[in-house]
Design a protein around this ligand. Sequence first.
Ligand code: THU
Length: 128
Amino acid sequence: MRVDIDNLVSHAKQARKNAYAPYSNFSVGAAVLACDRIYHGCNVENASYGLTMCAERVAIFKAVSDGCRSVDAVAIYAEPKAYPCGACLQVMAEFCSEDCKVIVAGKNVVEVYALSELLPHIFSKDTF
Ligand code: THU
């Protein structure tokens, strides 16, 4: 699957504008390439802090709730750049395709990873 990395990063940067982050003041945007479409997400915080949802999971769940279960790339944009948290990596492990790319981007920085680099010992349905 060919991924236009710069395009996906600019979608993630745009999605960040909708972040609801009044508690951390850390806005995050995500863009997911899945089933030949781009899904957007932003972090959505809550006064009950533990209910906060990360940008990447919002975007992936939008894809899945649209009937798409195969994610080819996830871009995450923040300033400064932020690596996906463990919960988001685990959700990626569930829905990412074999050669899925994880793109970590911020001001003047774009890093591209395989999911296995960020989560080397994956717990998945293949484990049991
Ligand atoms: N956040 C994300 O959106 N994605 C991550 O992978 C890491 C953390 C958000 C959650 C929270 O709203 C803010 O960043 C600070 O933790």
